[in-house]
Design a protein around this ligand. Structure first.
Ligand code: URA
Length: 438
């Protein structure tokens, strides 16, 4: 392998062949390609990008570096969702049981907190006893028995990504769309899915702050996944304010359960149903179900208790018992110092405040306090009077003073009426691509 020449080829804007990418991934997994050369290549990719065929090759070889699920005898269609992560994003916790209640099999591989955003696995661990570290065999059995599982990626899945992601993290090469695409898909496509939907977030609390960059990532994910045989679509969704009211761990689980019981904030319910409709209407062979009828049917599964019943079965299968709302820390109101309209919310700052309250990690292995968080009471466009609560800090009394002002400052109040932001900016992929829906 002439790796120095290949790094130079990429550095100078050339494309790598499928054979070259195969050799690179194999050598990196074997340990014969050292981290310093892989880091140089990742930086060359960061600056020069990759052509579509290169991203397909990289994804395929990273996927093949690990084990793939197979599902002998499973009759239900296999579907899943991937979110690029946002503040208060608890959609997976509602969506997996909902899709299971709709007759699907959902082997959802999820992650922990990343940057300011919380992780689905951390949130689920607020439920006493909930196990997220499952073997591939345990996942397979649970999907067979219960219809859904939410668990972490086991060591067997995409080892090339585990190694490369850790290297990117310390070499400032995470924000590269080709590398993100290959990283996400090398794990998701190991699930052996029939359809996949992406929730690509954009805004102040998202990894991708601009709509243009989020759309580029969404298109890359959709085209590569589709080329590798999994029908895919992406919803470009707004993350200029948290999803729902709750940000944290236990409080987010409680809010997700409200939605599973037919209540909860309208944005969480609407986005969950939109994502479910998007994935269900992509299933091969499905005779184009009417999206409106489908969303009514899904609403019925929330309102009638079928989705909640699946959630309870998932908890039991993963070692926990849902007995009612989880306990949270004390609540302290944070009030507006002026009247006006909520112009913007620094959603990322809300995530950092929760981390400060030990609801997220600053170091690998930090133990979390699941009881802390924030309840957001004001949304963009709301009229606010001086002295009205903007949010509730959910924290221990001693911690309130450290973050109270930061939380108040995260809300920008202006003197003009503000337009309400759309929940869904665009749908990418499929024949019903659209822009600017709310
Ligand atoms: N999440 C991933 O799994 N990979 C990335 O590269 C970025 C976010």
């Amino acid at each position: 392998m002439k790796i120095v020449e290949w790094i130079a080829q990429k550095r100078d804007g050339g494309a790598l062949s499928d054979g070259q990418i195969s050799e690179i991934v194999t050598a990196y997994c074997r340990g014969s390609l050292p981290d310093y050369q892989m880091a140089a290549l990742a930086m060359a990719i960061y600056f020069q990008g990759m052509k579509h065929d290169e991203v397909v090759s990289l994804t395929r070889h990273m996927l093949a570096s690990g084990a793939l699920f197979d599902w002998p005898g499973l009759e239900r269609p296999l579907v899943d969702k991937h979110s690029t992560g946002g503040i208060g994003d608890k959609i997976s916790i509602v969506l997996a049981p909902l899709l299971s209640a709709a007759g699907m099999a959902v082997p959802m591989i999820s992650g922990r907190g990343l940057g300011a955003t919380g992780g689905t696995l951390d949130k689920l661990e607020s439920i006493p006893g909930f196990q997220v570290n499952l073997s591939m065999e345990q996942i397979r059995r649970q999907v067979d028995d219960t219809g859904c599982v939410i668990a972490g990626a086991s060591d067997e899945i995409a080892p090339a990504d585990r190694r490369l992601y850790a290297l990117r993290d310390v070499t400032a090469t995470v924000p590269s769309i080709p590398l993100i695409t290959a990283s996400i898909l090398s794990k998701k496509l190991a699930e052996g899915l029939h359809a996949l939907v992406f929730d690509v977030k954009t805004g102040s609390g998202a990894f991708m702050k601009s709509v243009d960059r989020a759309a580029t990532l969404a298109r890359s994910l959709v085209t590569v996944a589709t080329e590798l045989g999994v029908p895919s679509r992406a919803l470009l969704t707004d993350m200029n304010q948290p999803t729902g009211k709750m940000v944290g761990n236990a409080n987010e689980i409680n809010e997700a359960v409200d939605v599973l019981q037919g209540g909860g904030p309208p944005d969480v319910r609407a986005l969950t149903i939109e994502l479910a409709v998007a994935v269900l209407t992509m299933l091969p062979g499905s005779n184009r179900p009417d999206p409106l009828a489908l969303s009514r049917q899904l609403a019925g599964l929330l309102d009638g208790g079928a989705a909640m019943e699946r959630f309870e079965r998932m908890c039991q299968a993963q070692g926990a018992n849902w007995t009612g709302p989880l306990p949270c820390a004390q609540r302290h109101a944070v009030i507006a110092s002026e009247a006006g309209w909520i112009e913007s919310i620094n959603a990322e700052e809300l995530g950092w405040i929760v981390i400060e309250l030990k609801g997220g990690r600053t170091r690998l292995g930090d133990k979390l306090d699941h009881s802390t968080g924030i309840e957001v009471l004001a949304r963009i466009g709301d009229r606010i009077e001086r002295g009205q609560p903007l949010a509730m800090l959910i924290c221990h009394n001693d911690d309130k003073g450290r973050v109270e002002q930061r939380l108040a400052d995260a809300f920008q109040i202006g003197s003009q009426v503000v337009d309400v932001v759309p929940l869904i900016h665009a749908v990418i992929g499929g024949d019903n691509e659209r822009q600017g829906t709310s």
